[in-house]
Ligand binder design. Structure first.
Ligand code: FUL
Length: 410
């Protein structure tokens, strides 16, 4: 097959894939009601995060090594975290800052200040809005909300369209995507309409292997077996994002919920099976009803990312190359137990099968057999002592272009 037949990522898609780590913040009316899916009838009086501190959220993400942040501007309950003109069901009807506050603004500004990219989640399903049953009226309402967000809080790196609750419902995706393209042309579109990135298909934060960057269709939501139906203009390159809450199965903060905090081992496993399978990891933290992050969550996050940095900050050796065989020579004989491979995805995902080998007493010993490399593949194996490693691409579409081949002793 010729390169022109290969799917190729756009430049914004490449930049998005290079970020690898995003932090999701689920915050809103549910935070004050000990619930995950509000019915849209909770009083705005309840929303009052007295110690709200967006800078703390964003600095925490940054310190952990995350490159982008996604905030739930509106969840399924319809309560808006910005003072929208479209409804009174928002921060402006709450006691917080006497109705003068704007959570979206504060998080956007904190990201700009700290140099993180910012993105938004705007639930299509809206349990509060009275016009929701009227398709045309709600399409207008939703377009207006989206326009406010796209024009007032950019630049945006990603717009997250959640499929939950929308089983059987049709939205005006052409118009929605048109707005994103008009106002935030470089923002990634998550999983709906004409997506540029796709949902990995579960909320465990893990990708199957191989997880190719192309997909004909993907699941719409956890709650139906429907497949997402994308408009025909969907690009062929749609990399996956793995979303997962740090407190198992709970996206919003709940009192007395610390026992659901994921273990360090679980988070490390998630990293190997998301970033390590070439996908982005979108890890959710749930700010509490004070508007602060729980200390136990932050400590676990740092513990997790410290361990990842410990394992993967100092390669023993690194090279790049092209063709069927790429050699990696170490300065001296060393213990090796991880290899990280990356392809030059700007020219498509070319490798279909590969073998990793290590030289031992003049013989090549097989360490790993793999298929996809794509943006990244992390391979872990029994520690072996060697002075030379070899990547053999045993099947590829066009010449393999290896952006990096690194060895680690972690
Ligand atoms: C799901 C939603 O229903 C959850 O509440 C959460 O927002 C998750 C990220 O997506 O579809």
């Amino acid at each position: 097959m010729n390169e022109t037949l290969l799917a190729i990522p756009s430049l914004p898609q490449q930049q998005w894939q290079d970020m690898e780590l995003g932090m999701f913040f689920h915050f809103g009316m549910n935070t004050f009601c000990d619930q995950e899916w509000g019915k849209g009838d909770d009083s705005p009086e309840l929303f009052n995060p007295a110690a709200f501190n967006a800078l703390e959220w964003v600095r925490t993400a940054k310190k952990a090594g995350f490159a982008y942040v996604i905030l739930t501007a509106k969840h399924h309950d319809g309560f808006c975290l910005w003072p929208t003109k479209t409804t009174d069901y928002s921060v402006k009807s709450s006691p917080w800052k006497n109705g003068q506050g704007d959570v979206v603004r504060e998080v956007a500004d904190a990201c700009a200040q700290e140099g993180l990219r910012f993105g938004l989640y705007l639930s299509p399903w809206d349990n509060h809005e009275p016009c929701y049953p009227d398709k045309e009226a709600y399409d207008n309402f939703y377009a207006e909300q989206l326009t406010e967000l796209l024009t007032q809080y950019g630049p945006l790196v990603e717009v997250w369209f959640d499929g939950a609750g929308s089983h059987g419902r049709e939205y005006d995706w052409r118009r929605i995507i048109g707005l994103v393209r008009q106002y935030q042309p470089d923002a990634m579109v998550f999983n709906m309409g004409i997506p540029t990135i796709r949902w990995v298909g579960n909320e465990d934060g893990v990708a199957p292997y191989p997880c190719w960057n192309t997909a004909e269709s993907a699941k719409l939501s956890m709650y139906t077996n429907d497949m997402a139906t994308w408009l025909p203009e969907t690009p062929r390159w749609v990399p996956a994002e793995c979303d997962v809450p740090i407190r198992a199965n709970r996206w919003f903060w709940h009192p007395d919920d610390e026992h659901t905090l994921r273990s360090l081992d679980n988070l490390i496993d998630i990293y190997y099976r998301s970033v390590g399978h070439g996908c982005n990891l979108l890890l959710n933290l749930s700010p509490d009803n004070r508007g602060r992050l729980a200390e136990v969550d932050v400590n676990r996050l740092y513990e997790f990312m410290d361990e990842i940095k410990r394992r993967f900050s100092n390669p023993i050796a690194r090279t790049e190359g092209e063709g069927d065989t790429v050699l990696l020579s170490l300065d001296e004989e060393s213990d090796v137990n991880h290899v990280i491979l990356m392809e030059v995805i700007a020219h498509g995902e070319r490798v279909r099968e590969y073998v990793l080998e290590a030289e031992q007493e003049g013989q090549w010993v097989e360490l790993v057999k793999g298929s996809a490399i794509g943006h990244k593949k992390i391979d872990k194996f029994e520690t072996i002592r060697t002075k030379q490693l070899r990547l053999r691409v045993t099947s590829s579409v066009d010449e393999a272009l290896i952006r990096s081949f690194e060895a680690y002793n972690s």
